[in-house]
Design a protein around this ligand. Sequence first.
Ligand code: C2E
Ligand code: MG
Ligand code: MG
Length: 514
Amino acid sequence: MPFGAPAGEPLADAADDITKFAGTGSEVERLRGLVAQLMQKTAHDPLTALPTRSVLLEQLEHELARDASDGAQLAVLFVDLDNFKLVNDSLGHGSGDAVLREMANRIVDCIGPEDIASRFGGDEMVILHSRATDHSAEALGNRILAAFAEPIVISGREVVVSASVGIALCKPGMKSAERLLREADTALYAAKDRGRARLEQFNEELHARAEKRMRIESDLRAALRESQLFVEYQPQVRLKDGCVVGVEALVRWRHPEHGIIPPADFIPVAEDCGLIIKIGQQVLRESCRQLAEWSKLMPGRSLAMTVNVSPREITEPNFIAELREVMAATGIDPAALCIEITESVMMSARQEVIRLLDEIRQLGVFIAIDDFGTEHSSLSRLREMPAEVLKIDRSFIDGLSSEPGDTAIVSSILSLAYAMGKHTIAEGVEKREQAAMLLRMGCEVAQGYFFSRPVAAEQIVPMLTKSLWQPRSVLALHSAHSTAGPARRGQRYFIDEFLEHIGAPMGTKVAGPS
Ligand code: C2E
Ligand code: MG
Ligand code: MG
């Protein structure tokens, strides 16, 4: 074929689509095979061999366009691994790939013959469930959750990688694939939000919540631009004499329409969308600036400033540089600053987090574990943590004296802290009896509405020169009834020693009320 196309060369039409092959019959067959293989490859994810996103989308569009006169319903299930990043980071990417392959196999074992499971991207798999009844989609989701509860063996190690599932059922007349996928994604988000390793089915309430969340996110961006966030301070009181030894910085949002919004209503959204980094920077800067101002106002009166930091902030590459920069700019004593992290950071503590916390400690800044006792604690993790302070969660303080279980928990945390050489701060003290009991049990410092609510910076100043409570009568009571309260022998020894020797928490020297 001297003047024609070479054997087997594809011939394109005006639109550049391959329409025919030139060549001998067997060459054409061979090329057809190659093209089929190529299409098969692009239609399948090479790692898991599942159909790709585009295949699923095409099939979904096709199903939606079909007249579903037989009443067959469609459902879409989003399946996403919980903490897949942790698997990759701690076990390596090879193991991450093995987990994804196993995930795909397990999903394929769960689906029916008419369903399609595809890898949508990353650790997200999407199932198109045909002929769905009201319950079949949920039953399929539950089979998947059960499959993921079984450990996976990777490099000889058993790991459990749970998954969350979001389900959306196609409503009659619904023609938009994009909308169905968005609804399944919203349901997945809710499943993650409600604790992971569970499934959620899309409904209007979830939709309203997702909308509210989006509104908060966009309002928060404006709040950051327009300085609507501000900080209040809650005093931390040394129980033996009522002296304010520190304050906790707590962020608030003055919303132009909704008034003051508490952090619980916007910090989780900010953590999710990443705005927490900017919020955290503002809070850190403002609270350190405030501490410097107080130091100037009352030289010699040292005070600890405690700032809450979300897990996401700590792992932000610039966090330590930012901390250094703020301390240099404000000139505060690093030992007067304490970073509060939650117990969940401690539990997920990878070596990377511990290294970062060590680095913070090397700057001279202290670390406290917030809400201690509320998550699943591991004592070996606690031992590894470079944290000096345990903050006993308010939920245990609530039941102090009325709930024997809570009293026992507080007492155990205090003993543990003492044995590990850590300081303790009790949170949420609302009653005099609670403060008295904590003092008797050997707790050093407390905060709560009983002493003061979180207040504006100006209101802190007068508190720095007075005692916020008079514990003397309690001590007298304690020595008169030395068997009173839950204090045991070992603890009483601790209390006596501690009352004699304790300085301010976190190594700061406090001048005390004048
Ligand atoms: P948290 O760090 O455990 O702070 C203590 C919370 O308990 C504060 O709520 C405080 O106002 C409240 N509280 C203190 N004493 C009492 C009491 O006696 N009774 C009761 N019922 N509550 C008391 P707030 O200010 O609403 O903060 C809630 C959470 O929001 C904080 O819990 C903290 O986890 C988070 N948060 C606050 N500010 C920030 C921030 O700047 N950054 C980050 N990442 N999180 C923050
Ligand atoms: Mg806190
Ligand atoms: Mg707390």
